[in-house]
Design a protein around this ligand. Structure first.
Ligand code: ADP
Ligand code: ZN
Ligand code: ZN
Length: 802
């Protein structure tokens, strides 16, 4: 009898182990680890992953596998091993890790069908099963009683494939879009005129008052849970327009991309690439950190290394942060390697993601460019893994499994004996420290390929502006300079270190700030709806006219959002054409790219936006970059805030003067003396590194110690306090003397969604059994956590401390 070990899809720590199942005779020849199966579990049948064979089982009366969901394994042997390691490292459930490695379609029970790709060589019973059709439902296999092993063979040889029928994948070139036909204030008037009975119409109209932009009808109806009739009614009143528009399906149209050839490397590039090539030739694993200023030709290095890898018959993974996964970036890889490149990013639909994944799985591509989860690409002959902008915190997943893509990359690099490359203009302190210690190979690129110097950075002290009577958010210098640039036909990028039209409301008399009653954070003011909203739980209320604390009417709005900046800009510079880019204007698929294209074609003078404009953009005509609020991150409760500020300022400065026109950067700040701002403005990475390392050492933060963050939440405060005290007590009892347990203290966001949150932080240098200890401690609360009242999350090496 064949017996397999299966990880079942029950996300609970009590079930986090393998279960043995017997394999029915007709499946014996084809089952392999990495396939998904349906198995009986208690009274139910559920899905799971085969992870191993076993000779014998201690279980009497073994149950049989009911069905196999894949005819070819979806997880390779290596990914199964990786999954086990990762689950142990991050204290996550095996099932959660396996699911995180695969496209979403594998998680839900989508319908499947078998598609015939050719008539040649099909065995008779399979031919008969298809009859006159090219496609049959997956269930037909069982009914027709064809042999699984011959099916499997046909799939392996590429005669058949299993297709997941994902609804959103139906090719539809056109879709219906709804957009407002009147300006917001007229919509607001119309809303007042609508009768109270017209509830649905009111909802739809309010929606557009809040988000006055075009939206696909389907999305609108789903979001508001309504039908087309209120939309039609509003359209007949001339308030909304209904149009059929082309849907932007493939943002990366391969055929329009011009092919590029390798460039002759500069001396610095050649020196950086040499040790990597040596590793490739020797099939040796090392981690290389390429510290190169923006524009120093790191991407060209990546491209030439990948070329070597492909010539060796191997595969490459390139990770880029989600927000710099811009069409410009993708085009550079497709331009060099054409159809050999798969792209994985979050803007793809479930079906499109599955399509890209399948191209990797079937080895029709050998390069994948993608965000964090692309590190799990099921390649079997990896030649290199590249992580661009390695310092970005988006490489850390902030939900289970809480993994860092860098750690996964290094694990896989070791397994495949291949180099891992980390590139950045501002390496993370962790990585740079490792390079200093000799654990990583360091290559430095100091010059831009065009020999342009980095643009001059002028720091403007906003306190002086205020004293001089300038109450706007733009310094005189920034406005003057912007003005001049526009006159010269040049372009400007303005960065606002914050998102949306978000301001908080404060009483000028008593300082009262309106906070969310559920979450203990300031409510955000949304002008269009004239309401205050909580970004964490969705709570909202009307803007108060008088202060709830002291009844003063001196209520004012503080902080700045992109929308507000745009309005102010237009007042100061009426002639400027502005493109605003933030989460609101880029929500729709393809809009990010359209806005950039517009800017690239110089149909606007100013690109105004949040962090998402800081990275990877390369426009010839941009000569001025302005940072409106350089210090807005400095005051967050996060020991990395200075590092993040330094990184962001360096990144944006790199956007100016990338080509022949010289660039200028203006940084506005209320704390010009802060070392992260001062040193970023003079491009002194080394000095920043030394200074920051000294502070980290003094206060014992990474990379001098490791951290584990345990967050405990519960609707009752007493329960949270008790539980976190118990946990902290056990932690200090069973850890080394030098290990510090901070807390329990309320989390920086002390309440979220009506749950009180407390945290304990473990700071340690050497604690080999910490993970087992934490697991043992949290297990004690299994009963309460399974019921869902108590929540305990563990984050090993946290990046988000809120
Ligand atoms: P980074 O990734 O470090 O920001 P890029 O690879 O984008 O730098 O290079 C910046 C610019 O220099 C690009 O326009 C690129 O085409 C060009 N470039 C890169 N390497 C070379 C080279 N060896 N010779 C000439 N131009 C180069
Ligand atoms: Zn007040
Ligand atoms: Zn809230």
């Amino acid at each position: 009898m064949t017996i397999v070990k299966v990880i079942v899809d029950v996300p609970a720590s009590t079930i986090n182990q393998t279960f043995d199942y017997a394999v029915p005779k007709n499946l014996e020849a084809i089952v392999q680890p990495g396939m998904r199966v349906v198995v009986p579990f208690g009274v139910r049948t559920i899905t799971g992953f085969i992870v191993n064979f076993t000779k014998e089982s201690e279980v009497e009366n073994l149950k049989y596998i009911v069905e196999i969901l894949d005819l070819t394994p979806v997880l390779t042997h290596e990914l199964i091993r990786l999954g086990k390691w990762l689950a142990d490292e991050t204290l996550s459930l095996y099932i959660t890790v396996f699911q995180a490695m695969l496209p979403q379609v594998f998680k839900s029970t989508y319908e499947k069908e078998l598609i015939k790709l050719t008539d040649a060589h099909l065995p008779e019973d399979i031919e008969n099963m298809f009859g006159d059709f090219d496609t049959v439902p997956y269930e037909a296999i069982e009914q027709a009683g064809v042999s699984y092993s011959s099916l499997q063979k046909c799939i392996e040889e590429g005669y058949l494939y299993v297709n997941y029928i994902v609804k959103s994948r139906v090719t539809k070139k056109y879709a219906t879009f709804i957009k407002p036909q009147k300006p917001v204030h007229m919509l607001e008037e119309a809303l007042l005129d609508l009768s109270q009975g017209a509830k649905k119409q009111r909802e739809v109209l309010s929606f557009f008052i809040q988000m006055p932009q075009s939206i696909e009808q389907k999305t609108l109806l789903e979001t508001l849970n309504t039908t087309t009739s209120p939309v039609k009614a509003l359209s007949s009143k001339g308030l909304l327009s209904i149009t059929r528009e082309e849907v932007y399906r493939n943002p990366f149209d391969d055929d329009s991309i011009e092919r590029t050839e390798p460039l002759a490397l500069t001396d610095e590039q050649a020196k950086a690439i040499e040790p990597v090539k040596a590793d490739l030739a020797e099939e040796k694993h090392r981690v290389h950190l390429i510290h190169g200023v923006t524009g120093s030709g790191k991407t060209e290095i990546y491209l030439q290394i990948i070329q070597d890898v492909i010539e060796q018959g191997k595969e490459a993974i390139v990770l880029v942060p989600e927000i710099s996964l811009t069409p410009q970036m993708v085009r550079r890889f497709k331009g060099r390697f054409g159809k050999q490149v798969a792209v994985l990013h979050s803007a793809l639909s479930a079906g499109e993601k599955y399509d890209e994944w399948r191209r990797i799985h079937q080895k029709t591509v050998n390069v994948v460019v993608g965000a964090r989860s692309a590190v799990f690409a099921p390649f079997e002959h990896l030649g290199v893994i590249i992580i661009d902008e390695e310092h970005e915190t988006t490489y850390k997943q902030e939900e289970q499994p809480r993994y860092h893509a860098r750690d996964v990359a290094v694990y896989r690099g070791r397994e495949h004996n291949c180099p891992v490359i980390l590139g950045s203009a501002t390496p993370s302190l962790e990585s740079y420290a490792r390079a200093q210690k000799g654990r990583y190979e360091l290559a430095v690129l100091k010059e831009r390929t065009n020999k342009q110097t980095m643009p001059d950075v002028n720091i403007v002290d906003m306190r002086n502006e205020l004293h001089a009577g300038n109450r706007t958010m733009f310094s005189r210098e920034l406005i003057d300079s912007t003005h001049t640039r526009i006159e010269q036909g040049e372009q400007i990028v303005l960065l606002l270190n914050r998102r949306g039209y978000s301001t908080f409301v404060m009483c000028r008399d008593c300082g009262h700030v309106s906070e969310c009653p559920n979450c203990d954070i300031a409510l955000t003011f949304h002008k269009n709806a004239n309401r205050l909203k909580c970004h964490y739980c969705g709570y909202e209320e009307k803007v108060p006219l008088t202060c709830p604390a002291c009844a003063s009417d001196m209520i004012r709005y503080f902080g700045t959002g992109t929308q507000k900046v745009e309005e102010a800009l237009v007042q100061l510079l009426p002639e400027a054409r502005v493109i605003r880019m933030d989460v609101d204007t880029t929500r729709r698929k393809g809009s990010h790219e359209r806005l950039l294209q517009k800017f690239g074609k110089q149909e606007a003078d100013i690109l105004l936006g949040t962090q998402m404009i800081a990275k990877g953009l390369d426009f010839k005509n941009v000569t001025l970059v302005g940072v409106l609020t350089a210090d807005s991150m400095l005051h967050l409760p996060d020991f990395r805030s200075a590092e993040k500020t330094f990184q962001l300022l360096t990144q944006v400065s790199g956007r100016a003067g990338r080509h022949s026109l010289p660039g200028e950067v203006i940084v506005q700040t209320y704390t010009p003396e802060h070392y992260s701002i001062e040193l970023a403005s003079t491009y002194q990475f080394e000095a920043f590194y030394k200074r920051e390392m000294m502070l980290r050492k003094t206060f014992q933060y990474p990379p001098f110690v490791f951290l584990a963050l345990i967050t405990i939440s519960h609707p009752e405060k007493l329960k949270v306090v008790q539980t976190s005290q118990t946990i902290a007590g056990l932690l200090s009892k069973y850890t080394h003397e030098e290990t510090t347990i901070l807390g329990p203290t309320p989390s920086p966001i002390a309440r979220m969604k009506n749950r009180f949150r407390y945290q304990c932080m473990v700071k340690y240098k050497y604690e080999p059994n910490l993970k087992q200890l934490i697991q043992k401690i949290t297990r004690q609360f299994d009963r309460e956590t399974t019921r869902g009242e108590l929540m305990i999350t563990v984050d090993m090496q946290p990046y988000q401390l809120m």
